[in-house]
Design a protein around this ligand. Structure first.
Ligand code: HPA
Length: 264
């Protein structure tokens, strides 16, 4: 048993967790909606901590809609320390806690005129535009992870129907992972559009790869905070991302609650 697992069980009890949730930029308040035990990442060996993005670097173990969840209040991005596998120990811990799956959330720029800031987008698939991979260096044959249905069809259908019940639009699209931390150029955005990308962001893809590697079902939702570079006159900035993300967060919470309700 890892030291992180021991600490979590000592503080939050040994009851297995059903699902993990990773909260993206500006979505941290969702952790507060979960009644449970908050454990600072700093107390969990292997979890990202120093300098990690997000204001809530806690793991919250508790219940949402009656389902036992592990909420990761922050993630480490590749651009922070150059480690695409930064979330591996945290996701291994999630798996060891008994989770069957993971829902990842993020903030992203839209490449589609019909998906506007404040809207949500469900990831139907992704493009690894960075060329990086969290499994580089993994020695076992398990590294050859099939990615054909990486974004779980059953989870996606359940998320879409939860959104429909709530009357929230949840278009599906392709998310392209850009390393960051600089934003994309307009030429890069045109290239990503040509390649089939509908949204662009600096996270999530490594976690989807790691989740599949670990045998976790996974789905991800973007909160669209801006139109991608060159697509509108609005200035793109991290401040803007953080200011806009809460617009989608309330909708996201309703969809996640409906999804969890259906899981019971
Ligand atoms: N590009 C990359 N990451 C982002 C963006 C963007 O336009 N918006 C929010 N996260």
């Amino acid at each position: 048993m890892t030291a992180a697992l021991e600490t979590i069980r000592a503080r939050a009890g040994a009851e297995p967790v059903r699902l993990g949730l990773i909260l993206g930029s500006g979505l941290g308040h969702l952790a507060g909606a979960v009644g449970g035990v908050a454990i600072p990442y700093g107390d969990l060996p292997g979890f990202p901590h120093a300098g990690v993005s997000g204001h809530n670097p806690n793991l919250v173990i508790g219940r949402l809609e009656g389902v036992r969840v592990a909420v990761f209040g922050a993630r480490e991005h590749y651009y922070e320390n150059g480690n695409p596998a930064a979330m591996r120990p945290a996701l291994e811990t999630l798996k060891a806690l008994g989770a069957e799956g993971l829902i990842a959330t993020n903030a992203a720029g839209s490449l589609r005129p019909d998906i506007a800031p404040g809207d949500l987008m469900l990831l139907g698939d992704h493009i690894n535009f960075s060329g990086l991979n969290p499994l580089i260096g993994e020695r076992t044959d398990a590294r050859f992870v099939p990615m054909t249905e990486a974004h779980d069809p059953g989870y996606r259908a359940a998320l879409r129907s939860a959104a429909a019940v709530e009357g929230i639009a949840l278009p599906e699209g392709v998310y392209a992972w850009y390393s960051g931390p600089s934003f994309e150029t307009p030429a890069e955005i045109r290239a990503i559009r040509t390649l089939g990308g509908d949204a662009v962001g600096m996270s999530t893809v490594p976690e989807v790869i790691l989740a599949r590697f670990l045998g976790l079902r996974v789905a991800a939702i973007s909160t669209i905070t801006n139109m991608a570079a060159g697509m509108s006159d609005e200035k793109i900035s991290h401040e803007h991302t953080k200011a806009m993300a809460p617009l989608g967060a309330a909708k996201l919470e309703r969809i996640l609650r409906g999804f969890l309700h259906g899981l019971r």
